[in-house]
Write a protein that binds this ligand. Structure first.
Ligand code: BGC
Length: 770
């Protein structure tokens, strides 16, 4: 490994002062596809940034951002859909360290990832690259991944900022999202990773948000990201995301990638000369770019090497932890000593694994394990039939036949046996660049499963897909279902470890498996039309929406079984009162519970903590995840887990004050095994200052009456009419009807002679400041 021509001593401030206007403008875009511009005259080196996220895609030859051309071998870890299912921050840190080492070993300064957009619709073609439908879980997992990568002296690029939740029309579409939904659903994961882990860079998304391209959105890139969250790194464009370069620079987009062939550099120079762009804005962007270049110099000056075998072993361990056991009637784990005689393996994906997604994240693995090979390596000569045609397996034995022929052969083989069926989505069904049109298994897989299950003694289904597939149509035909996601280069051997019980499944669903796509509220507005997608479901994505609609699910968010069982007991709750002096991070609620392994094997429980605000003044999801822990337990062993809630974690985004607001009143606290299996629940009353908007003439009678001082004063001023609203109201139904009227209507509509407009003015002057 040779050290690059590095400059450990870059003095950024001095260099910015020495650069010409043209040189500064040129630095603001790439030299080519993957490298920043160098300035030889001043000894400014160029650095390489490259994909990401679940392995390194460094192209040595022809460059592209679509995953078309070859790249250097690198460890292909499970993609984020699987990493999200581990619910294991510690493991994510280890994956990050390995990714960072490979990045550094390949002389790359920044790995372009992780991708932390929310899974708004199960159809998003790129869901395999994202962690979850829940912002809390996403942030908790992405932050340690970033820490791990950056611990190796190289950087990350947190992407795609923000609201890039579909691939359809991704380079133009405007995501129309209300303020509260942005703050509670689409921004919190970014906020957590930025504030906790300081990623070296943030990559802005292609799409527009409420009409403005993310690449030139001053509110997003400067007000929120830098001023509110304190981000001091570099903002880079997604590849080709720049619309108006000068507007982008002013909004806070520092680096354009890839090179715009000098076109935008010239525009920047022109704008500075014309006085429409302040040169200080350009200097600021150049400072950030050179700061990143300087930050990478120590690591690039001291290249490392990595052990591909050790990283492969880590990829295998990770893959065993990404798998989610959806269902098991006891057939799993299989008995290794009986498997060769009693089981058959069906499905081309057992031989030709589907292990990563298509597009810019496509890694060239250092090696690739298939489940079939892994069985053979253990001396288990289990009979195999491909079962269906798989485009990516062209040329493999049997792939020149028809689906019908392959199905018939597989059904014959399965008769009377334990059929281990490898099903899932072929590469063409999910990819960067386009969305799915349905969420079912392919047409050739479903009849295969049906017919095999009719003749087999037992049916075990292993799924390889990057985003949830519906299972409702065939769920009862399977005795066990193991969701493998896209397991990376060691996914095949990891699947065998799980099947044979060498490892026990410990993953939990980071996305819901709805019974039907139509039950997902976002589908009412997906993927939009005429360049606009309205996020009409608001905060109700994923389990939030399914729970609010009481929609049936096949498997709920948070669900996952293992080869043992757990019991949850002993909920304790402590609640402090919130006062005006309480800070955002102060702990208000502490909850503890005990989890016990009641089965006969070691296993991992993932106790989850949810909150609900049933009497809220704003629309709320029935429950929201606010904590989780991964607990390894031997048979009979118990452990106490503890969760806390800060003031901020109890708050919602208030659109009247444009800030985080905590409401007093009922707070439901639940602990259990999934979003729909919460055996422990307590309801407490949260004390917090009541936040009432200032009373005006247009406040309703009800709003006045809620105020302990203004209410009685108004009732008294209204004379006889006021008696309607007391505890001895002569007509409670009429009182209820009138309570929602603005108080100004009382004199205006002649409802009471006692109160005049002037009286009302006096009341407002006295009580109106709330
Ligand atoms: C993708 C990014 C990726 C970039 C560079 C874009 O098309 O959206 O995620 O990092 O290309 O390949």
């Amino acid at each position: 490994m040779t050290a690059l021509n590095t400059r450990p001593d870059l003095d950024v401030r001095a260099l910015v002062a020495e650069l010409t206007l043209e040189e500064k403008a040129a630095l603001c875009s790439g030299a080519d596809f993957w490298n920043t511009e160098a300035v030889e005259r001043l000894g400014i080196p160029s650095v390489m940034v490259t994909d990401g996220p679940h392995g390194l895609r460094k192209q040595a030859g022809t460059a592209d951002h679509l995953g078309l051309n070859d790249s250097v071998p690198a460890t292909c870890f499970p993609s984020a859909a699987g990493l999200g299912s581990t619910w294991d921050p510690e493991l994510l840190r280890r994956v990050g360290e390995a990714l960072g080492t490979e990045t550094r070993a390949n002389d790359v300064a920044v790995l372009l990832g992780p991708g932390i957009n929310m899974k708004r619709s199960p159809l998003c073609g790129r869901n395999f690259e994202y962690f979850s439908e829940d912002p809390y879980l996403t942030g908790e997992l992405a932050a340690p991944l970033v820490d791990g990568i950056q611990s190796q002296g190289v950087g990350t690029s947190l992407k795609h900022f923000a609201a890039n939740n579909q691939e359809t029309d991704r380079m133009r579409v405007s995501a129309e999202i209300d303020e509260r939904t942005l703050r509670e659903i689409y921004l919190p994961a970014f906020e957590k990773v930025v504030t906790r882990s300081q990623p070296w860079s943030v990559m802005c998304a292609y799409n527009k948000i409420n009409g403005t391209y993310a690449s030139q959105h001053p509110w997003l890139l400067t007000e929120v990201l830098r001023e509110e969250w304190g981000f001091d790194g570099l903002v880079v464009s997604d590849w080709g995301a720049v619309d108006d370069r000068v507007a982008g620079l002013a909004a806070g987009l520092d680096l354009e990638m890839p090179s715009s062939d000098g076109v935008n550099d010239a525009r920047i120079v022109e704008a500075v000369r014309a006085g429409t762009l302040d040169e200080a804005v350009l200097d600021r962007a150049v400072t950030r770019i050179l700061t990143l270049v300087a930050k990478a110099q120590p690591a690039l000056a001291e290249p490392v090497s990595f052990d591909p075998e050790a990283h492969h072993a880590l990829a295998r361990e990770v893959a065993t932890r990404t798998a989610v056991l959806l269902k098991n009637d006891g057939v799993l784990p299989l008995d290794p000593s009986a498997v060769a005689d009693t089981a058959v393996v069906i499905g081309e994906m057992a031989r030709t694994p589907r292990y990563q997604g298509a597009g810019s994240s496509q890694v060239k693995p250092t090696r690739l394990d298939s489940a079939l090979e892994a069985l053979r390596e253990r001396g288990l000569d289990v009979p195999f039939a491909p079962g269906y045609i798989l485009a990516e397996a062209a040329g493999a034995p049997g792939q020149d036949r028809t689906d019908d022929e392959l199905r018939r052969e597989a059904v014959q083989l399965a008769a009377g046996k334990t059929a281990v069926l490898f099903l899932g989505l072929p590469a063409v069904d999910e990819s960067e660049g386009y969305d799915r049109t349905h969420m079912d298994l392919p047409a050739s897989h479903r009849p295969l499963l049906r017919e095999v299950s009719e003749v087999a003694a037992r049916t075990v289904v292993l799924l390889s897909n990057g985003s949830a597939v519906t299972v409702a149509e065939w769920d009862d035909r399977a005795d066990a279902i193991l969701e493998l996601w896209l397991g990376g280069q060691a996914g095949g051997s990891a699947a065998v470890d799980l099947l044979l019980g060498d490892a026990a499944p410990s993953g939990r669903l980071a996305e819901s498996v709805p019974e039907r796509l139509a039950h997902v509220p976002a589908q009412l507005n997906f993927p939009g039309e005429n360049g606009i997608v309205r996020y009409g479901e608001g905060i109700f994505i994923g389990y939030r929406g399914l729970d609010a609609a009481a929609a049936p699910v096949s498997y709920p968010f948070g669900h996952g079984l293992t080869y043992t069982a757990f019991e949850y007991t002993d909920l304790t709750v402590e609640v402090a009162a919130i006062t005006a002096a309480t800070q955002a991070d102060d702990v208000i609620v502490t909850v503890s519970a005990t989890v016990t392994n009641t089965g006969g094997r070691d296993g991992v429980a993932v106790p989850q903590f949810y909150i609900g605000r049933p009497a809220s003044a704003v629309a709320r999801a029935p429950r929201e995840l606010r904590g989780f822990e991964r607990v390894e337990l031997a048979p009979g062993e118990s452990r106490q887990v503890r969760f806390t809630l800060s003031r901020r974690e109890l708050s919602h985004w208030d659109t009247a004050t444009h800030g985080w607001l905590v409401e007093p009143g009922a707070l439901v606290l639940s602990v259990g095994a999934s979003s729909r299996d919460l055996p422990l629940t307590a309801t407490v009353t949260l004390e917090a200052p009541a936040q009432r908007p200032p009373l005006t003439k247009n406040s309703t009678i009800g709003e006045w009456i809620e105020d302990p001082e203004a209410g009685p004063a108004l009732v008294a001023a209204m004379g006889e009419f006021g008696a309607f609203f007391g505890p001895d109201s002569p007509d409670p139904a009429m009182a209820a009807f009138l309570t929602s009227m603005p108080v100004v209507k009382v004199p205006l509509m002649g409802m009471s002679d006692a109160i005049t407009l002037e009286d009302l003015d006096r009341l407002v002057a006295r009580y109106g400041k709330a």
